[in-house]
Design a protein around this ligand. Structure first.
Ligand SMILES: Cc1cc2nc3c(=O)[nH]c(=O)nc-3n(C[C@H](O)[C@H](O)[C@H](O)COP(=O)(O)OP(=O)(O)OC[C@H]3O[C@@H](n4cnc5c(N)ncnc54)[C@H](O)[C@@H]3O)c2cc1C
Length: 306
């Protein structure tokens, strides 16, 4: 069976690894318009001027596992020969026509360009206070840069922290000197550098067809672990196996020296101030601040409550 992976990011990488681990010995071709690499360090270490290795595997891994990486953009599937194909093309940042020269942050090149710009920036405005905007605010203030975080939502921090829990994160930003301009449009910005971080749109995806699978950000999920699980499960389904039993999902972010980890789902949960969230009285999500050792227990508690 010939398998083609379109997109060479996290989901495709984990799909390829899982296929080989599960014994698939047929050809695997991985098409990527970028070399395969991991993104979380781009809004963290890269904005401290560091350049950690972000490639998932050395070149030898692709040779040793007979994964034929092709540095090539795919625009049609009917030119490729496959029995099963994964679409894992990720997502592209949304932009704002009013700020045509603003930075966005998705790729390694974006991160290097933003890091370079920050070396001479006195005032950074970030439009969009989602995970990326928040992490960039954290990195910029650590560099002594005046930082304004703008969002139409009066409380954008609940999206990560859960309903009612956002003020814990808001306080972190305020304590670190971020100027928050929330619940209003950007208005005039006197910043010398602007980052637009207002979310992403799914990248290229073909119409549904037999033997086509999708995983990662192209499906609308926007988190690391979801791409890992999606890639692994796509591999299992290609081989006719059941997907792995569902785990309470994990999302994490590093800001101001605090590791924030949210385990479980916050959709439809009741507001809470103590960072544990319930739906109809049943535990659904737990948010941890600098308590990585508690993740395992949180997952157990959530499974028991399910
Ligand atoms: C700066 C940054 C920081 C992040 N930090 C965190 C974090 O702290 N915690 C967390 O949970 N998540 C984080 N994420 C999210 C996480 O990295 C993504 O969810 C994950 O990378 C999604 O993987 P993917 O394989 O779906 O997509 P991608 O990693 O985007 O890979 C898709 C690849 O496909 C390529 N491609 C697209 N179209 C084509 C085509 N037509 N032909 C060939 N190739 C194509 C793309 O160029 C890309 O290389 C972060 C994301 C970013 C951008």
């Amino acid at each position: 069976m010939r398998i083609v992976l379109v997109g060479a990011g996290l989901a495709a990488q984990r799909c390829a690894e899982t296929l080989r681990q599960l014994g698939h010995d047929g050809p695997i071709a991985m098409y990527g318009d970028e070399l395969p690499y991991d993104r979380p360090p781009l809004s963290k270490a890269f904005l401290k001027g560091e350049r950690p290795e972000v490639r998932f595997r050395p070149d030898a891994w692709y040779r040793d596992h007979d994964v034929d990486f092709r540095h090539q953009r795919v625009t049609r599937l009917d030119h490729l020969q496959y029995d099963k194909a994964l679409i894992a093309t990720g997502a592209t940042p949304r932009t704002l026509a009013a700020f045509p020269h603003a930075f966005t942050l998705r790729t390694r090149e974006d991160a290097i360009a933003l890091d370079d710009a920050l070396t001479t920036t006195r005032h950074l405005a970030i439009i969009g206070a989602g995970l990326i905007g928040q992490e960039v605010a954290s990195a910029a203030t650590a560099r002594g840069i005046r930082t304004t975080l703008v969002d139409l939502d009066p409380n954008p921090f609940d999206a990560l922290m859960g309903p009612g829990g956002g003020h814990h994160l808001r306080k972190l930003h305020e304590d670190n000197g971020v100027e928050l301009r929330l619940g209003q449009g950007s208005g005039p910005l006197n910043a010398d550098t602007i980052l637009v971080a207002i979310g992403v749109a799914p990248a290229w995806t073909p119409d549904p067809a037999p033997n086509l699978f999708r995983a990662g950000d192209v499906t609308g999920s926007a988190h690391w672990e979801a791409a890992v699980v999606g890639g692994q499960n796509a591999a299992r389904r290609m081989l006719g196996l059941q997907p792995k039993p569902e785990q309470p999902p994990l999302v994490w972010s590093d800001q101001y020296g605090v590791r924030i980890q949210r385990v479980g789902e916050i959709t439809g949960v009741a507001p809470s101030d103590d960072l544990t969230y319930r739906r109809h009285g049943r535990l659904k999500a737990v948010v941890l601040m600098n308590r990585p050792e508690a993740v395992r227990q949180a997952r157990r508690d959530l499974k028991e409550a399910a």
